[in-house]
Design a protein around this ligand. Structure first.
Ligand SMILES: N[C@@H](CCC(=O)N[C@@H](CS)C(=O)NCC(=O)O)C(=O)O
Length: 232
């Protein structure tokens, strides 16, 4: 049995971490049996981040590495119907989501004031009063620092929104009239795409980025379709 360690559900999505939602969606797309154990402290993970899984006594961290490991261990091939160009496209979509759009999402939750005013009480509101003054500011400074090191954190809010619009337009155009990024059936890129898009479209956090994503009817319909088929 696979044990998935991840944050608890919040803001009307199964997970506010796009990476946790990506991994759990992959488990559902491939029909795996799994159990979830919720953690609030990512430092409990072997790489200091969530999600991670435990399988047959082995602990494996990082959604991409877990996907690769599970695919090998259980001979899962969500991508077997794709040709070489389709496989390349799947990797490119996954990287766009995991390595670009998610960082912009993080900015609009943790740095931009509108998102921060919603995230802060939800994540830290139950801390004892003394910690409640210190911990949120420290965590926000850490996130700001890592976005700065990554590079996206050096841009203005409007520049980030312009990047996000390009990402969303690209996802819209790549999906086209298909049901899934894999075509008639999902491929591994659908796990990554749903992880971040559901976190923009269904998540009840009100940020300019969430509002922008909801302006793409194709992407809204995509999320509704995948949710009905695999998350109902
Ligand atoms: N590359 C990792 C990224 C995981 C990740 O960044 N998780 C975030 C939550 S969305 C986390 O645990 N952050 C805690 C931290 O950086 O301290 C994956 O794909 O699993």
């Amino acid at each position: 049995m696979i044990t998935l360690y991840q944050f608890p559900a919040a803001f009307a999505v199964p997970n506010i971490s796009p990476y946790c939602l990506k991994l759990e969606t992959f488990l559902r797309l491939t029909g795996q049996r799994y159990e979830v154990k919720t953690l609030s402290d990512p430092r409990r993970g072997p790489k200091g981040k969530l999600p991670f899984v435990e399988l047959e006594g082995e602990v494996i961290a990082d959604s991409a590495i877990v996907l690769r490991h599970l695919a090998k261990r259980f001979k899962l091939d969500l991508d077997s119907h794709l040709d070489a160009a389709g496989l390349g496209r799947s990797v490119a979509i996954t990287r766009l989501c995991d390595e670009h759009l998610v960082h912009i999402l993080v900015y609009f939750r943790w740095v931009d004031d509108k998102g921060w005013q919603q995230i802060k009480p939800a994540l830290f509101g139950r801390l004892p009063a003394t910690l409640r003054w210190v911990v949120p500011a420290l965590m926000q400074r850490r996130v700001r620092g890592s976005l700065h090191s990554q590079g996206l954190g050096r841009h203005s809010r409007d520049e980030l929104l312009a990047f996000a619009r390009e990402d969303l337009q690209a996802l819209h155009d790549l999906l086209g009239a298909a049901d899934y990024f894999g075509g008639e059936q999902p491929c591994s890129a659908d796990a990554a795409a749903y992880g971040v898009l559901a976190n923009l479209i269904f998540c009840t956090l009100e940020t300019p980025l969430n509002r922008m994503a909801r302006e793409f009817p194709t992407l809204v319909a995509y999320c509704e379709r995948l949710r009905a088929a695999y998350w109902a």
